[in-house]
Design a protein around this ligand. Structure first.
Ligand SMILES: [Zn+2]
Ligand SMILES: [Zn+2]
Length: 344
């Protein structure tokens, strides 16, 4: 029976390492993965600090690994395969999955379909047949890690807004998801990309990932209206999860344009829809992270085709056994931290 040293939530705001036993033989539809590379996400901080999930929850939903064993019914992958798992698991056969909306799978929706336990030496995946994809030999773990979540979410922020070639796109906040939205806007055909950020390392990374102009959050609305001849942008992405950035994203969106909200408003029980400047004839879209085997393969194709390289997001490297200390570092957003690679 493999025992995994795994990071778990121990109370509101706290995590610790503990030993979790996993079965030699996974159950039907499951796969047991031996982690080779993992990381921490902004959603983890929301789960630990704000959400009422009970102590003992195994943390982590972004990881690469090697299949240790599969349960009955899993034919897509076998022991020894190097795989990437989506941060949300899916069944592949419910109505939503059949319509391509694997992120809102109806089978694994209680209480949610988030993957748990990826910040550990081993983790168990439900819906393994459709929630994972084999990684091509030509791609390193580090190149693929963000396919699990933030690349898919960041790209989806642009895709859900139905970008047209040449669109002017503003992206509020250049944390890991915002930076992926910037990279996505470039890869998907934006004409001009305006990033909103003030932390120097994130400003530099935004330019590296495709931002043409970076404006300070303090006067972002005025600056963006000036840059667009007072018309506003075609697409404004909210990638922070704050009321003020949501309002500002609405304010800079042109008539007929789209506000695309992917920030996690974990600390805010409600979000007010601003009417100043008028919300009439704008479109508002939001999305969970798109997942499923085909989605993972498409994103890896963008990476292997040289269209996007997100490896610069890995700013720090630690051991999986040091995950609690990594939470402290990640939470402080100091020292230029964007994503922390966690290895066994
Ligand atoms: Zn995440
Ligand atoms: Zn499903």
């Amino acid at each position: 029976m493999p025992a995994s040293n795994t990071c778990v939530k121990t109370g509101q705001g706290t995590v610790a390492m503990t030993t979790i036993p996993y079965p030699d033989e996974p159950g039907p539809g499951q796969a047991l993965i031996r982690t080779t590379l993992s990381t921490i996400c902004g959603s983890d901080i929301h789960i630990v600090d704000e959400m009422p999930l009970p102590p003992g929850v195994p943390m982590g939903h972004e990881a690469i690994g090697v299949v240790e064993a599969v349960g009955a019914g899993v034919t897509g992958v076998k022991a020894g395969d190097r795989v990437v798992t989506g941060c949300l698991v899916c069944c592949g056969t419910c109505r939503r999955c059949l319509e391509g909306e694997h992120q809102v799978c109806e089978t694994y929706n209680s209480p949610g379909n988030l993957l748990f336990g990826a910040q550990g030496e081993f983790f168990l995946v439900n819906g393994a047949q459709t929630s994972m994809a084999k990684i091509p030999d030509s791609l390193a773990d580090e190149q693929v890690l963000f396919v699990t979540d933030i690349m898919s979410t960041g790209f989806a922020a642009i895709e859900r807004a139905e970008i047209k070639a040449g669109d002017v796109v503003a992206i509020f906040a250049q944390g890991p998801v915002g930076l992926c939205a910037t990279a996505g806007a470039r890869a998907l055909g934006a004409g001009t990309i305006i990033a909103v950020e003030s932390i120097p390392e994130r400003v530099a990374m935004a330019k590296r990932f495709g931002a043409d102009i970076v404006v300070d959050p303090a006067d972002a609305v005025a600056k963006i209206m000036e840059l667009t001849g007072n018309k506003g942008v075609d697409i404004a992405v909210e990638a922070l999860g704050h009321q003020v950035t949501f309002e500002n994203a609405c304010r800079v969106t042109r008539l007929g344009g789209t506000v695309s909200s992917v920030g996690v408003y974990g600390a805010f029980p409600e979000l007010k829809l601003p009417t100043s400047g008028s919300f009439i004839h704008r479109k508002l879209v939001t999305t969970f992270c798109p997942v499923g085997t085909a989605r993972l393969e498409r994103l890896m194709a963008m990476v292997s085709g040289g269209k996007v390289d997100l490896t610069p997001l890995i700013t720090h490297s630690m051991k999986i056994s040091e995950t609690p200390a990594a939470y402290d570092l990640f939470r402080k957003r100091e020292g230029g931290v964007l994503k922390i690679a966690l290895r066994p």
